[in-house]
Design a protein around this ligand. Sequence first.
Ligand code: OAD
Length: 240
Amino acid sequence: MEFMREKVVVFTGAGVSAESGLRTFRDMGGYWREYAIESVASPEGWKANPQAVLEFYNERRKAVLQASPNAAHLAIAALEARFDVVVITQNIDDLHERAGSTNVMHVHGEILKARSSVDPFLIYPLATAVIEMGQLCEHGSQLRPDVVWFGEVLPEDEWNASVRVAESADVFLSVGTSAVVYPAASLPMMAKRRGAFLVEVNPEPTALTEYADEFLQGPAGVILPQMVELVRGVRAIHPA
Ligand code: OAD
């Protein structure tokens, strides 16, 4: 007899890739401690100095290409053996895919893709580690990274799909995000309102923690492999 598999939606932020050596945004050493958001991650910044914006993302792309999935990414992929899993990530890296997750939604875009700076629907996989000034789309417009900037709306179809996925979760697992950037940060509460059990994994309490049914405090690379062991029935999350 076939049993219905529970649906686990894993919502990730920069913290899940921190143990792969990729910088977060708001922690000590985070990008937004060094760069002004509006200068490198907004349409205004792009208009004022596209070269500087391309350089910022070229450096980040190089870091992503050099990084490898960590124990947290691998544990999330391993959950697929037991659950119906969808990953909704705010991250623009491809570490979930490289770890083996088969159903990954990128609500803030993907750094390994480029798109026309005029038509957001003209998206291209990148064959090179960098986008340079003068690299054009098929209609002659400058290419930019296929990432969402502050002040831009999320691509409508992808966003609507991620809301549907969040609202269908039995368990909603929020990992390594400060949960302060909207609309993405509204997904955990949308899931909870529809009855999902809300679990948060983070070394620090966040805006979400008071609403979590379970707050597992610690690095994702430690907590998530323990969680996978637990669901395999091997040992407890907090061994004595
Ligand atoms: P933040 O930098 O805001 O938050 C990172 C979170 O990861 C913090 O809550 C940390 O405590 C946590 N963290 C750090 N190390 C961790 C570890 N080893 N394991 C688990 N958690 C850890 O990053 P995001 O929440 O991803 O958007 O930021 C959301 C959005 O803001 C990003 O997608 C980006 C940014 O501006 C855009 O660029 C549009």
